[in-house]
Design a protein around this ligand. Structure first.
Ligand SMILES: Cc1cc2nc3c(=O)[nH]c(=O)nc-3n(C[C@H](O)[C@H](O)[C@H](O)COP(=O)(O)OP(=O)(O)OC[C@H]3O[C@@H](n4cnc5c(N)ncnc54)[C@H](O)[C@@H]3O)c2cc1C
Length: 388
C-alpha cells in the first residue's frame, strides 16, 4: 500500500460512514472510505427505520432503490400492551407515505454504491490501526490490509464511523459525555409465512418483542429481556421469550418457517461521546449508542451523517471554524438524541407498568417528531447532489 492524500478519510463503510461519504463526495470533496470488512455482508442489527431515516433516503434519491430491492412498505404500526393492542396508521408526511426496514445487506450496499457514484473511493479489507498527528491535530490514518501491509492516508479531516467499539474513539480518547444505566439483551431471527401487517411492538415487563417485515418476504422477529433472563438456544429460546412478551405473537409464530440462524446480542448501556476534536469527528455508533429497543440507531446514523457533512463542508471550505461548525453538530446531535437516549433507557430498564410505558412511548414519539422537524428544516448544501 502506498500513502495517499485526500480531503476526508472515513473509517467504516456502513450506515453512518457510507452516508457521510456520499454527502461529502456530492459536495465536491475527495473522500476515501476504509472498512476492515467485506462488501455486502450482514452485521449484528435489526433494521426498522423510523420516519427521519426514510425521509433522508428519499431526498438523497435512494428510497426508490430500497423499494426496488423488494423492501415492503410499512403502513401501520401495532403496539401490543398487556391489556390491549393499538394499531396506528403511518400518515403521509415529509414526502413519504410509508416506513421501510431494509436488511443491512440491502441498505449498506445502496449507500456505498451511491457514495462511489458520487466519487468516493471505498476500500474494503483495510483496518484502522493508528493515527497520524501533527501539532496536536489528527492529520491521517494508518491502516493494515489483509496481507499485513501497512500504509497511510493523510487527510484534512478524519471521520470515525467505525461502530460501537470504535477504534477511532479510543485513539483520540473521545470523552464519554452521557451514560445510560440500563440495557436489554436481545435475540432475533428471520421467518417466512408469518402473517404481519406492519411493525409490531410488544411491551410487558416480562419481555419485549417486535416483528419487522423485510426483504425476501421474511419478517425479523426479535425479543428483548433483562440480560440475566435471555437464554441462548435458537428457536426454542426465542419462542419462550416471545411468549412472555406477547402470547398472541407467539401463537402466530408457531407455524412460521425460520430461515436464518437466531442471533443474540448480550447488551450494552447507551452512551454519547464528544464527537469531534482537532482534525477528527465521530458519527453513528462511534459517537452515540443507545439500547436497540429504541430501534433508532440507523435513524440516528443517517441524521448525524447529514449534520456532520454539513459542518465538515463549511469547515473545509474555510467558511467556519471547527469549534463553530463541529460544536454546532454536537449541540444539535445532543439536543435531538438525548430525549431518545433517556426514554429508551427507561424502557430498557423494564420497571414500568402499562400506564408508564404508554407515557414513555408518547415521549419518544414527541422526540422523533422534533427530530423530523429538524431534518425537514436542514438547509443542507450536501443533499441535492450538486457539487458546490
Ligand atoms: C441487536 C441490534 C439491533 C438493532 N436494531 C436496530 C433497529 O431496529 N433499527 C435501527 O435503526 N437500528 C438498530 N440497531 C442499531 C444499528 O445497527 C446501528 O445504528 C448501525 O449499525 C450503526 O451504524 P454505523 O455505521 O455507525 O456502525 P456499524 O454498522 O457498526 O458499522 C461500522 C463499520 O466500521 C467497520 N470498522 C470497525 N472498526 C474498524 C477498523 N478498526 N478499521 C476499519 N473498519 C472498521 C466495521 O467493519 C463496520 O463495517 C441495532 C443494533 C443492534 C446491535
Amino acid at each position: 500500500m502506498t500513502g495517499t492524500h485526500t480531503d476526508v478519510v472515513v473509517v467504516g463503510a456502513r450506515a453512518a460512514g457510507a452516508a457521510t461519504a456520499l454527502l461529502l463526495a456530492r459536495a465536491g470533496l475527495s473522500v476515501i472510505v476504509i472498512d476492515r470488512d467485506r462488501p455486502g455482508t450482514d452485521t449484528l442489527s435489526t433494521h426498522a427505520l423510523m420516519r427521519g431515516a426514510v425521509v433522508q433516503l428519499h431526498r438523497w434519491g435512494l428510497l426508490d432503490e430500497v423499494v426496488r430491492a423488494g423492501t415492503p412498505a410499512i403502513r401501520e404500526t401495532a403496539f401490543h400492551y398487556a391489556t390491549e393492542s393499538i394499531w396506528v396508521p403511518i400518515k403521509p408526511g415529509s414526502g413519504v407515505d410509508a416506513l421501510y426496514a431494509p436488511r443491512r445487506t440491502v441498505l449498506d450496499p445502496i449507500l456505498v454504491a451511491a457514495a462511489e457514484d458520487a466519487g468516493a473511493v471505498v476500500r474494503y479489507g483495510e483496518t484502522l490501526i493508528g493515527l497520524r498527528s501533527q501539532d496536536g491535530r489528527v492529520v491521517g490514518v494508518e491502516v493494515r490490509d489483509r496481507s499485513g501491509r501497512v500504509g497511510a492516508v493523510t487527510a484534512r479531516l478524519v471521520i470515525g464511523a467505525d461502530g460501537r467499539r470504535s477504534t477511532m474513539a479510543r485513539l483520540v480518547e473521545a470523552p464519554t459525555t452521557h451514560r445510560a444505566t440500563s440495557t436489554t439483551a436481545c435475540a432475533y431471527g428471520y421467518f417466512r409465512d408469518l402473517p404481519c401487517r406492519g411493525y409490531e411492538w410488544a411491551y410487558r415487563t416480562s419481555g419485549m418483542a417486535g416483528l419487522i417485515p423485510t426483504n425476501d418476504e421474511a419478517t425479523c422477529v426479535f425479543v428483548a429481556r433483562r440480560p440475566d433472563r435471555l437464554r441462548r438456544g435458537g428457536r426454542p429460546a426465542l419462542e419462550e421469550a416471545l411468549a412472555d412478551a406477547s402470547p398472541e405473537l407467539a401463537d402466530r409464530l408457531r407455524p412460521a418457517v425460520l430461515v436464518s440462524p437466531v442471533r443474540t446480542f448480550v447488551g450494552q448501556p447507551g452512551h454519547l461521546r464528544t464527537p469531534w476534536g482537532p482534525g477528527w469527528a465521530l458519527v453513528g455508533h462511534a459517537g452515540s449508542w443507545k439500547d436497540p429497543i429504541s430501534a433508532h440507531g440507523l435513524t440516528d446514523a443517517l441524521r448525524d451523517a447529514e449534520l456532520l457533512a454539513c459542518a465538515a463542508v463549511r469547515v473545509l471550505a474555510g467558511e467556519a471554524s471547527e469549534a463553530d461548525a463541529f460544536g454546532c453538530y454536537q449541540a444539535t446531535r445532543d439536543r435531538l438524541t438525548l430525549p431518545i437516549l433517556a426514554g429508551s433507557d427507561e424502557v430498557a430498564a423494564m420497571r414500568w407498568d402499562d400506564d408508564r410505558i404508554r407515557l414513555l412511548l408518547r415521549g419518544l414519539n414527541q422526540a422523533m417528531n422534533e427530530e423530523l422537524r429538524a431534518i425537514d428544516e436542514l438547509d443542507s448544501p450536501v443533499q441535492s447532489g450538486q457539487p458546490r
